[in-house]
Design a protein around this ligand. Sequence first.
Ligand SMILES: Nc1c(NC[C@H](O)[C@H](O)[C@H](O)CO)[nH]c(=O)[nH]c1=O
Ligand SMILES: CC(=O)[C@@H](O)COP(=O)(O)O
Length: 210
Amino acid sequence: MIDEFHKGLEPAAVPQDGSNLRILIVHTRWNSPIVQGLVEGAKKAMVEQHKVRPENIVIESVPGAYELPFAAKKLLEVSQIRAAEGANDLMGNVSLLDGLNLTGTSSPATSTPAATSTASKQAFDAVICIGVLIKGSTMHFEYICEAVSQGIMRVGLDSGVPVIFGVLTCLTEEQALNRAGMDKAGKGHNHGLDWGQGAVEMALLKNRTL
Ligand SMILES: Nc1c(NC[C@H](O)[C@H](O)[C@H](O)CO)[nH]c(=O)[nH]c1=O
Ligand SMILES: CC(=O)[C@@H](O)COP(=O)(O)O
């Protein structure tokens, strides 16, 4: 019997320095209190354990888990276009995306104008999709879980940018609370911590030059 409250993944063998990384977190507004706990766990791991700059963590929200793959794909594409435009700017061209708030809801984990404008030219090095699916009384749960896991995997493979599957697929709210470290007994483990760690590790792997 696997321990109900396992304590997450082993740290990587070598320190993972995320100080030059830019990370996107896309989270759902379904089951928001639990989702927010998971988002905070991911941010905590990236900033406190892996030196990711808060201004380089961009947070976007979508209605539900089913929207996560589309949002991840779209926002990745925009960041890559912006980075390419930024490269052109070095030769004096005007960026077509400058000054556009394309999503209207993006917010760096902290907003410092100088850092934000600098960071906005850097493509995302990894994406963390965070959501909580809780089984209801129909098969809706099963269909969404399958679609979302396949969709998130496809965005990562198609884009070449690591996309962390941060979606809890739970039969009960108690299971979700335990996996966000929000259970009353305090025996749970916040999987957001693992997802933040994994995002840094996979981003560095993506950027590794052989
Ligand atoms: N039941 C849950 C949902 N359902 C909504 C879908 O994700 C989607 O937003 C809708 O079908 C419109 O496309 N979403 C969750 O994130 N968690 C749930 O438990
Ligand atoms: C994951 C879901 O979509 C689920 O919460 C919906 O509940 P129900 O199956 O009772 O409609």
